[in-house]
Design a protein around this ligand. Structure first.
Ligand code: NAD
Length: 289
């Protein structure tokens, strides 16, 4: 056999061996999830949905009290554990994964959801604002994904990493330089990690919500008031205002974002990686702001 032919055969034998090792997706009832920022809003809805589908869940949040409350609601220590973790800390992230592995034997589904929103005009955005926003959302999700990949590749069972990114990482609007830049960073982390981790059976996808006002700590903590002022509506009317400007004329709730995480991780999209799913009732599709 010619040298090139020998190489071709060896190459395909290797590829086939890899495929044989490739783990099939497991049902959520057989899986362990770690959700960051799960004490509130979208993260809490995701933790609830994954638990309702039978997954064991590590409810991770910098606010340990809210994580405890959500974990208790999900059924207590056999079904959920609360872990206090600041995603800016490598040590705390490692400890959070270790706690989940200790409680449930492994982790094979990780949701990068923790976040804050520092959304100011460019000239008011300080270097500290930029650093804080990036420390939590760009660097924080990188660190969480790195630990997830370490644990999942050691387990050799594949897994899912999902980023709760944003329409703001794709489309631009004013007064959003720090937050928008971190969401664009996360969007590319999805593609880069999908490229690197695919051969381990680890899928990496994103969900891009928009206008999730109800239940969102980010909206309640000032972002909502600023948006309401920009649109000239009462803050209490913001959810309805957002709904009116969507194609579907519907308000997006945390549960709708959780539905997309379930769609990505529940088994039916087993051959999808590197994708972002918008959950915005059609805002991004029509370039509406
Ligand atoms: P939220 O404030 O209700 O939830 C964010 C959670 O992250 C909180 O529980 C908070 O304690 C936690 N958190 C903050 N800093 C942390 C840190 N350093 N370490 C660990 N946890 C930390 O807000 P939400 O609206 O539910 O937002 C959740 C995610 O969804 C964010 O990443 C946000 O950018 C994204 N998102 C939200 C919307 C929306 O319309 N609400 C739209 C697009 C994207």
């Amino acid at each position: 056999i010619e040298e090139s032919e020998k190489f071709r055969i060896e190459y395909w034998e290797l590829e086939e061996a890899k495929l044989r090792r490739m783990p099939a997706p497991r049902p959520l009832a057989a899986r362990v999830a770690l959700v960051t920022g799960a004490g509130s809003g979208i993260g809490r809805a995701i933790a609830r949905r994954l638990a309702a589908e039978g997954a064991c869940v590590a409810v991770a949040d910098v606010d340990g009290g809210s994580a405890e409350r959500v974990a208790a609601e999900l059924g207590g220590p056999d079904r959920a554990v609360a872990v206090t973790v600041d995603v800016t800390s490598e040590e705390q992230i490692a400890a959070a994964f270790a706690a989940a592995v200790l409680a449930f034997g492994g982790v094979d589904l990780v949701v990068n959801n923790a976040g804050i929103s520092i959304s100011k005009p460019l000239l008011e955005t300080t270097a500290q604002d930029w650093d804080r926003q990036h420390a939590i959302m760009a660097r924080g999700s990188f660190l969480v994904s790195r630990e997830a990949a370490r644990v999942m590749t050691e387990q050799r069972m594949g897994g899912d990493i999902v980023y709760i990114a944003s329409k703001n990482g794709v489309f631009a609007g004013p007064n959003n330089i720090a937050y928008g830049a971190t969401k664009a960073d996360q969007a590319h982390q999805v593609r880069l990690l999908a490229a690197e981790l695919g051969e381990h059976g680890i899928r990496v996808n994103g969900v891009n919500p928009d206008g999730v006002v109800r239940g969102s700590g980010i909206f309640a903590g000032g972002w909502g008031a600023r948006r309401a002022a920009v649109y000239g509506v009462e803050e209490s009317e913001l959810g309805a205002y957002y709904a009116r400007r969507t194609l579907l004329k519907r308000e997006v709730l945390p549960e709708h974002v959780a539905n997309a995480v379930f769609a990505l991780t529940g088994g039916d999209l087993s051959h999808t990686t590197g994708l972002h799913i918008p959950v915005d009732a059609g805002v991004a599709a029509a370039f509406l702001r």
